[in-house]
Design a protein around this ligand. Structure first.
Ligand SMILES: [Zn+2]
Length: 285
């Protein structure tokens, strides 16, 4: 990627971001517009947030939360360590939320972490932003009359990705293992890989039905057929890039061969364009 790091661009844009609120099913809603999608479960145990968006959007997020209910925010779950999901951790904690995450989310937030794909080095997060309730493989929470099943993925987009399933409502947040309608970022610097991403996408397809509401980390809330399309796109681009690389072609030659040409119009409209995605796949095959 050329020029300014996407981290800086996304953080700056968040100050004026508009937050769209959508009620899904039961007492689960989604807030879109500041970093990754934010899921909200309301109820008398206090609001549960899945991911915290970007700090610069605090006032808009606070306003959006107030339209759902008067419940205070009591719980925050991070789907993984990336800034566009954890940047707001500190302020959400400061208003009363306990933060739950996979242990690798704490590991990356606690130390200086370089992400090559973003050309950016993150300093350690402030103490108030750090998750304090940690798990390794699975965790179940009972809040607001709902059961939340948290499950760790083997390394995929990063090595800290989890899914959150609202079992009674048949809603699952699969976080950045799915970008609905967009080429995904893959963070090799903290354990991600194209093969891990494909494995997670296949696991997601296997555990949902046509009735499941599926929340991606980025892009609109979707369904199983869209999830399948994403999985198949990943597999197809991986095969094309792998074949070219095995022929001995350099990264520049593979990018020039446009292995994503069939997919660019549909999937290239967000942060990751076809050339960038080709480069991300090339690293891992
Ligand atoms: Zn991410």
């Amino acid at each position: 990627m050329k020029g300014e790091s996407p981290v800086v661009i996304i953080r700056n844009a968040a100050a004026t971001a508009k937050i769209n609120v959508t009620k899904l099913r039961s007492n689960v809603s989604v807030l879109e517009g500041s970093g990754g999608n934010i899921v909200v479960l309301t109820g008398r145990d206090g609001k549960v947030l899945v991911d915290a968006g970007i700090t610069a959007s605090r006032s808009q997020i606070t306003e959006a939360l107030a339209t759902l209910s008067d419940d205070p925010v009591k719980h925050l779950i991070n789907t993984h360590w990336h800034f566009d999901h954890t940047d707001g951790n500190e302020w959400v904690h400061s208003v009363g939320a306990e933060i739950t995450a996979h242990e690798n989310t704490l590991k990356h937030l606690s130390t200086t972490t370089r992400v090559e794909g973003w050309n950016f080095t993150f300093p350690p997060a402030p103490v108030g932003a750090l998750p304090t309730k940690l798990f390794a493989t699975e965790e179940t929470l009972h809040l607001n009359g709902a059961t939340l099943a948290l499950k760790y993925y083997p390394p995929a987009h990063t090595d800290s990705d989890i899914s959150i399933e609202f079992t009674d409502a048949d809603i699952i947040d699969v976080a950045d293992t799915w970008w609905n309608g967009y080429f995904p970022f893959i963070d090799y610097s903290t354990g991600g890989s194209i093969d891990g991403a494909i494995g997670a996408a296949a696991a997601n397809v296997a555990r949902v039905t046509d009735k499941t509401i599926i929340i991606p980390g980025h892009g609109p809330v979707g369904n199983k057929s869209q999830l399948v399309a994403f999985h198949d796109m990943l597999v197809s681009v991986r095969e094309k890039v792998s074949t070219l690389k095995q022929q001995g072609r350099s990264l520049a030659e593979v990018v020039a061969a446009k292995p994503t040409a069939d997919y660019d119009a549909k999937w290239g409209g967000f942060v990751i364009d076809g050339n960038t995605f080709t480069a991300l796949v090339y690293v891992g095959v």
